[in-house]
Structure formats: C-alpha cells, structure tokens
Design a protein around this ligand. Structure first.
Ligand SMILES: [Zn+2]
Length: 421
C-alpha cells in the first residue's frame, strides 16, 4: 500500500518503476552479501558461519550498537557433520548434479567405490529373520530403498529407523520427490544419498560414490549480540538466526536467502534504525543474531541459558525467521499465548495499511523463540507468507527472493517496537 506513493515518486524522479524503497534496497545489498559464495552458505565448510558472524559484528559496530558481553560474541561449541570435498554420485554411468539431482542425508558417513544396488522394500524388513537375511544380501553392496508414500507418522518413523540401521551397514540410495537438506550433529558409518525421482529407477543396477564426511567435534560457533540503550530499565529482544546449511562440497552451495538472510537483514535494518540519533527506543533493545539454528536451535538455547541480560526484565522477544516475501502477509507464531502483542500488531497494521494480513498461530517450537518461551520469556515469531517457497535447497537464492513487503514489514516492526510497553 505504501508502495503506491513511492512508485509515483519514483516515476516522477525518473527511476524505474520496479525500484525498491530505500530500506529494502539497503537490505537487499546486505542479503546479497550474506548469500554470496564467500560466505559459504553460512555453514561449517570453510567456516562460512564464522565469516558471517564477523561481518554482522562489523555492522553492529558501524551502527553504534554496544556489546553486552566483553565483545559482540557469545561463543559455544557443538558437534557438526560436514562434507568439505566434492561429492560424486554416478548411477549406471550417469553423473548426478550435487544439490540439484542429489543430496546427502546430513548424517551421512563416507564411501568410495562402485556398489551393486540392491532394491529393498518394506517386506524385506518384516521380522528379525527376513531382516537379517536382507542385511546379509546387502553386505558389500548398496541398498536402494523403495518405501511407499505415506502420511502415517508411525510408518514414516519406521522407515527412518530402517534407514538409520542401513546406514550403519552399507551405503543407501533413496528416491525422493524434493531434495531438502539439513545439518546433523552426529554421523553414521555410510552415506545415504537422496536422489530425485527419475534419476534412479527400479532397474538401476550400479552406483559409484565418492563421499567424505568430517564429524567436527566441539566446533565453536558464536551468536552476535549488540544493544541499543532505551529510556526504561526494561528490555526487548530482537532475534534472527544468521546460520544456514552451508555447502555440500565446493559444488553445492545453499545460500539461504529467505532462510534466514532475510531475517538477518531485517534485524540489521531495525538495529540501524534504533541506533540512529533521535530514534532512541522506549526499552533497551538487545539484538541477537543467532548461530546454530539449523543444527537444532543450539545458539538460541545457549543464549537462553547463558542469560546475557536478566530475562525477567524482558517484555517481549521477537524472533524473525524467513521474511523474504509477504505477498500474503505474515504469520505470528505464539500469538495465542501473547494476545496483547498480536492485537497490537493487528491494530498498527490496520491503521497504517502495511500488510495484507497479520495471521495468528499457536505455539510451535520451530525456531529461536522456542528456548525463550520455554523459560517463561514472552516471545513471538514472525514469518512472511506467499511468494516463492524454496526451502532448505540450492534454489533459496537472493536473485529470486522478491522481498515484496520488506519495507512495510520493517515499518510495522519499527512501530510495534517503539510502541510496546
Ligand atoms: Zn530458519
């Protein structure tokens, strides 16, 4: 809605009609940096996450944020499985493209060589005798699993369990509809290769694999924390995770534009706004760029335990994760537990006409607000709706992320933070 007036102005100034408002344009430049190959998908290969943390701390310094600890960093350690080298998979003479045609299960171990593919079905795992026979047949070979598609949670859990057992026995190949990657804190003996349907069939007979995993134990990651002083003794916490999945070797980069370079850019843009002279917030603001989210909310969990500030002085924690669209508005997670905050967002949005809708959702432990909620800190989590839906894949790129409502959402969050008591 605000875009209309800006577009008119842009036209009057002779700018192209698709030009973005200044807030979005600035965020877009940050997003381009965070998703650039030199940041390695803000994961663990080539220390992409640490490069990103240094860059974010530099921004905090430049904006004039103050550290709450001895510097801007809050370090912690966890185990992480990664794949630093080129990963190769070749089925019956056909090389598959890493990231686009296949990915490794994040818990994959190593494998090198040519394997005969044995096609297995659920029937091959019924009962201990059949199962041990199947395992016998698979020794020295690779299993290609054919599970029927199911929405049943028990079946899904059972298939997962069988896959884990197989990964400790031999390499595994699994046809999937969509390649969705992740981060694991543990590793199995052999790899599991997820292959797009069509690239592996019932009659595929051989696979050549070159996979090397590296389980890095107690690797250091760090949250980046900075504050802006307000006029009260209370606090608000604004959080967004900056880590993503990183790389599967040099060939497959997961840039994580929507998840969560977009939220990181929003965090920076709010930090810059409130640190500016004359924009002092009502409450002290703690800005936290979390690490280790994709590995299981490890950074936010650490921060919640570490207590860089007193949580009982926090009036609201706002978590920003996936803010790159907004064509259909936003969802507020934990809205039902924080009705006052939700009502306020709806009221501001109603009077200013920023977004199409502000939708409520119940509690969900699906991002960095969760460890705070669990410790009684009032918290909400906001994500955008509509537009592109690439998720945890190589297609979540800056070039295709529209940032449709970034400027309006920035304004809504700014007004909410300023008005929140
Ligand atoms: Zn995320």
């Amino acid at each position: 809605m605000r875009r209309a007036s800006f577009t008119l102005l842009a036209c009057a100034l002779g700018l192209n009609a698709g030009a973005q408002d200044p807030v979005t344009a600035r965020a877009k430049a940050w997003l381009d940096t965070l998703t650039s190959p030199g940041f390695h998908g803000r994961g663990y290969v080539n220390d992409g996450d640490l490069i990103a943390s240094e860059w974010i701390a530099g921004k905090f310094r430049q904006f004039g944020l103050k550290p709450v600890k001895q510097d801007f960093f809050e370090s912690f350690q966890f185990n992480v499985n990664c794949f630093p080298d080129s990963v190769r998979a070749r089925i019956d003479g056909l090389s598959l493209v890493p990231g686009a045609e296949f990915i490794l299960d994040p818990e994959s171990g190593s494998a090198s060589g040519e394997y005969v593919l044995v096609h297995v079905h659920p029937a091959d795992f019924q009962g201990p005798e059949r199962r041990s026979m199947t395992m016998g047949v698979l020794t020295g070979k690779a299993a290609c699993v054919h599970w029927p598609s199911t929405a049943n949670a028990d079946s899904t859990r059972m298939f997962k369990q069988w896959e884990r057992e197989l990964m400790d026995h031999c390499p595994v190949v699994k046809p999937v509809k969509k390649l969705t990657w992740g981060v694991a804190t543990d590793a199995r003996v052999h790899p599991l290769v997820e292959v797009v349907e069509g690239a592996v069939t019932d009659s595929s007979s051989r696979i050549i694999l070159r996979v090397r995993n590296e389980l890095r134990s107690r690797r250091t990651a760090r949250n980046v924390l900075g504050m802006v002083k307000g006029k009260s003794k209370k606090w608000m916490v604004i959080g967004a995770h900056y880590d993503h999945l990183g790389r599967m070797g040099p060939d497959a980069l997961f840039p994580g534009a929507n998840d969560n370079a977009s939220g990181t850019a929003m965090l920076l843009s709010l930090a810059e706004h409130f640190a500016r002279k004359g924009n002092a917030p009502r409450h002290n603001l703690l800005f936290v760029a979390f690490a280790g989210e994709e590995a299981g909310l490890i950074g936010s969990e650490w921060c919640a335990v570490d207590r860089p500030i007193e949580w009982n002085r926090v009036t609201m924690m706002v978590n920003l994760d996936i803010l790159g669209t907004g064509d259909d508005g936003i969802t507020v997670v934990n809205a039902t537990a924080q009705p006052k905050a939700f009502d306020q967002l709806v009221a501001i949005n109603g009077s200013k006409g920023y977004l199409k809708q502000v939708k409520p959702r119940g509690p969900a432990c699906n991002s960095d607000h969760c460890p705070f909620v669990q410790r009684g800190v009032p918290a909400i989590y906001i994500y955008t709706l509509g537009g592109v839906a690439h998720y945890h894949d190589v297609h979540d790129r800056a070039e295709t992320l529209p940032l449709t409502e970034f400027g309006d959402l920035h304004a809504l969050l700014r007004d909410f933070i300023q008005g929140w008591k």
